[in-house]
Each structure stands twice: as C-alpha cells, then as structure tokens.
Design a protein around this ligand. Structure first.
Ligand code: 4NP
Length: 153
C-alpha cells in the first residue's frame, strides 16, 4: 500500500482537491487497492470543515467525488506516510520544519515536466479555482505516473 498525503495550508482548497482528483485517477486505472490517500493542512484553523465551495464546485462539474473533512498534519503522518505532496514552497518548508523526511517530500508541480519548483497558487486568495484545478490535474497525472513507475504498479 502506497500512502500519499497531500498537504496545503488550510486543507480546504488545494490539498483536498488534489486528494480527490488523484483518487479519481487511481480508480480509473483500477489501482484503488494499492493506495491509501489523505490530505492535511499545516495549519488547523479549518479543522472539521468541508472543502471550500470553490473546490467542491470545480470537482463536481467534472464528476469527481470529494468527501474530505479538514485536519492538520499530525506526528503520526510524519511517521507513517510514504509521500508528502506539498502544494507550495511554504507548505514544503513547514513539512520539513515539522520533521518530515526530506526524501519523501515533493511539491505537486515537481511532477509536471517544466514546472518543477512552482507553486499551486492558493485559490483561497486568488479566487481562481479553475486555474487551480488545471494545475492540480496536471500534477496528479505526473505524480501517478511517477509513483506507478517507482512501485511497478
Ligand atoms: P488551502 O487554502 O491552503 O489551499 O486550503 C487556504 C485556506 C484557508 C486559509 C489559507 C489558505 N486561511 O488562512 O484561512
């Protein structure tokens, strides 16, 4: 079982979108049994909340299911997750500061050719959930290819 944790700041916009879309792509490939997927925030202000309406709308119009409830990254995550996929450089720095194994931490757009090191801009501030969706979609496709290749899936 490959354990992947998608991480953003509030866990209501970008990382639940990435978790839901990655799960959708994994299911399309018939690989649901091979993954344990979750998402979390480096902050806990929104713990217990459903994803932002903008995230739910962007997913719903593509028929992607999403049932996450926001939570913060825990010490248990740091010990047990195989991959931490951060949405931006600040999330990545926060994960490393919390003690995540640097070899397990990447940014989502590191998995898109030509976009390594780029942030997924936060739609909580930009309001652009469609742009966010397109970046998350590209990142999830690249991440899935990479993990399938690394784990011979
Ligand atoms: P996210 O967006 O990190 O993509 O979930 C944010 C949501 C809430 C806040 C910041 C970012 N906030 O400061 O409340």
């Amino acid at each position: 079982m490959v354990r992947v944790l998608f991480v953003c700041l509030g866990n209501i916009c970008r990382s639940p979108m990435a978790e839901a879309l990655f799960a959708h792509r994994v299911a399309e490939c018939g690989l649901g049994h091979a993954f344990a997927l979750d998402s979390a925030g480096t902050g806990s202000w929104h713990a217990g909340e459903e994803p932002h309406p903008g995230t739910r709308k962007a997913l719903k119009r593509r028929g992607v299911a999403c049932s996450h409830i926001a939570r913060a990254v825990t010490p248990d995550d740091l010990a047990t997750q195989d991959y931490f996929v951060a949405m931006d450089a600040a999330n990545k720095a926060d994960l490393l500061r919390l003690g995540a194994d640097p070899g397990r931490v990447s940014m989502l757009l590191d998995h898109v050719p030509g976009m390594a090191g780029e942030d997924v801009p936060d739609p909580y501030y930009t309001g652009d959930f469609e742009h966010c969706y397109r970046l998350v979609d590209a990142g999830c496709r690249g991440l899935l290819e990479r993990v399938r290749s690394l784990h011979s899936l």
